[in-house]
Ligand binder design. Sequence first.
Ligand SMILES: [Zn+2]
Length: 216
Amino acid sequence: MNQPALKQNERELIKLIRFFSKRAGQLMQTGELSAEHSQLTEACQNLETQLYNHANNRSAILDKRERLENIIDDNAACPKCTKADMLKRTGSTTTEHGWKINTYKCRRCNTSFTWNKPNNPWHMVEFLEMYIAELQQSLLTEENAELRKHVEAAIVQLNDSLNRLRPVLEISNEEVVALHQKEQEMDKLIHQFKNYLQIEKIKINNHYEYPDSAQE
Ligand SMILES: [Zn+2]
């Protein structure tokens, strides 16, 4: 399995844990491993497992989030030549509604333009909600039966898309909030355990430098 990306504080803790594991191994060989030492080693191993589980979970959630962020495919075409083959995405901008949309340049016509739909599913939901409301509004005055049928069918289809999209986004949003909370808990735990191990490490170093002082 691939190792997940670790944050700085996680890497530092793993380094300390490795130090104590190595030391426990040495003590075991010389028969000096006390109950206290083996308890510490076990706590270290537990925390290491917990830390890697958390890091794996984090990278899975963030990967999923990234895929979701890129789920919208503009299928953009140049407004001038109506072709797409010479288009280059140049960036993105924010609309008056606060939606992010992509900007393009057609190298054939040397035209720059902004696309007419948001570039991410969260803003796309708001865009579709507004579009559906506009279609419903148009039904109030539309008298042509054929057109009415067409618009009604479009509304059903758009609502269908929305109903499929909303729960996916909701789950991802909840996952990100829960991850953030877990991240804070882990940071606190890592901080505490790191402090504890650092003090233990100083004690060991002092013990080897001044073995007699530890005899009292
Ligand atoms: Zn063009």
